[in-house]
Design a protein around this ligand. Structure first.
Ligand code: HEC
Length: 421
């Protein structure tokens, strides 16, 4: 049967093409890709939850979407594929552009398109909730909106447990930018208590890590995340008498006191089929002998290391997720497996490093690391005058930088969630 109007342009009843509209095309996209942070109580500075809110920001939003600064999703897509990829496809970007440039039409709320499937994972069961010991008000200024603070939370279980899922629940979603839970084993707890006691106020200042000897992670959280279970059958061992060192990164963009009391929720099991570790790896020489030198003024300083990582696990292992870590001079980084035959498999590549958007990325297909393979981590740093952290509102004068946990130091770490085969 022939239609009343000749074209098959998907036009509506009266024969006119409704074009790209908010309710039919753009809202599902923005809800999936932006609203996790751009909501009334989210970490982003303005909400994008209604037509009016989006229209007001449409121009600047298009700029950020086209240059891919929004939504923040640092991994290079040519390196590997990850679960819950937040980035926008070229088609989605084109659709958003067509809406912004095509009159920002509202469409019909009554026939709004259903939400996109975002593959959003979540923590499926909460067995234990732990909170910061007391609430804390981030100490920030307009010139320096960031405060990194660690809190020591005693672990109260009396038998061995495995953490099989993790989520952080920010007390104040306006200011909690990311949360990392580190694990201090029973032998390390006193060291952290001393760090806490040495500084006035709740917790203590920490930046690149915990400030102590633990580098083991239990979990990490960033805005928009509902937490997640560990891969089925795997978990991280937590012993009685240990502690969790909770690192909070506060980013305060608006004036006024912003107290926070963040909690973490965990799924626990008594046994798991495979005992996992999240072990950040670096070249021990950088840490012990300060060989990771980043000379003042140089715009591209590369440091890399390669080693057979099976020494840490005692044999071949599966890699489930990958993360990279540098500080503010970091430019780009890459983690890969160099196979015994010389071929290379990319795990994670970040071309435009931004300390604010650190994350751990769950690999859609999990490579196996065999004996004879090498884990390779490569970091590039820019220590030129144009890329200096602000100190008191002014760019720092470039200085020689070495390995360390402070804001003025640097790191080059690859962190991987792995289980033995
Ligand atoms: C993971 C959290 C997150 C997601 C997801 C996110 N944003 Fe943002 N956005 C932020 C934060 C935080 C800022 C404040 C600036 C900063 O820290 O980079 C921001 C800033 C912006 C800005 C202002 C940039 C400027 O130049 O001042 C725009 C526009 C924007 N976002 C649009 C979007 C759009 C559109 C989406 C979805 C397609 C999105 N954002 C997704 C967190 C997010």
């Amino acid at each position: 049967m022939l239609g009343a109007c000749g074209g098959d342009d998907g036009g509506d009843d009266d024969g006119t093409d409704p074009g790209v509209t908010y309710y039919q095309d753009v809202k599902p996209l923005v809800d999936a890709k932006c609203v996790g942070c751009h909501s009334a109580d989210g970490i982003a500075p303005f909400p994008l939850t209604t037509y009016e809110e989006l229209v007001e920001m449409a121009g600047v939003a298009l700029v950020n979407v086209e240059n891919k600064t929004m939504p923040p999703w640092p991994p290079n897509p040519d390196c590997n594929d990850y679960f819950a990829d937040r980035s926008m496809s070229d088609e989605q970007i084109a659709l958003f552009k067509a809406w912004v440039e095509g009159g920002r039409l509202m469409g019909d709320a009554a026939t709004a398109a259903p939400p996109l499937d975002t593959e959003q994972v979540r923590l499926t069961r909460v067995d234990k909730t732990l909170a910061m010991p007391v609430s804390y008000t981030p100490q920030t200024t307009t010139d320096n909106p960031d405060d990194y603070r660690c809190f020591v939370i005693p672990w109260t279980e009396t038998t061995n447990k495995f953490v099989t899922g993790f989520r952080a629940v920010p007390g104040n979603t306006r200011v909690v930018h990311h949360v990392i839970a580190f694990y201090a084993n029973p032998g390390q707890v006193a060291e952290y208590q001393a760090l806490d006691d040495a500084e006035a106020g709740p917790g203590y200042t920490c930046f690149g890590g915990t400030g102590g000897s633990s580098r083991a992670w239990l979990g990490a959280w960033a805005p928009g995340s509902l937490g997640s279970d560990m891969p089925a059958g795997t978990g991280l061992l937590v012993e009685p008498g240990s502690a969790i060192i909770l690192q909070l990164h506060y980013n305060v963009l608006e004036p006024g006191p912003t107290p926070d009391l963040t909690t973490i929720e965990m799924k626990l099991d008594d046994t798991v089929a495979k005992n996992a570790i999240i072990q950040p790896w670096a070249n021990p020489n950088w840490i012990d002998t300060q060989l990771m030198h980043i000379p003042a003024g140089q715009a591209d300083v590369m440091h890399s290391f390669e080693f057979d990582a099976t020494f840490a696990t005692g044999g071949p292992f599966t890699v489930w997720s990958a993360a990279l870590h540098m500080h503010t001079l970091g430019k780009s980084a890459k983690a890969s497996i160099v196979r015994a035959d010389g071929s290379s498999e990319c795990l994670l590549q970040i071309d435009d490093w931004n300390f604010h958007w650190q994350g751990s990325y769950a690999l859609r297909q999990q490579p196996v690391f065999n004996r004879g393979d090498k884990l390779r981590v490569e970091c590039h740093f820019d220590n030129s005058p144009a890329n200096q952290p602000l100190v008191g509102g002014q760019p720092r004068v470039p200085q020689d930088v070495y390995w360390g946990e402070g804001t003025g130091d640097e790191m080059c770490l690859g962190a991987f969630y792995v289980t033995p085969l």
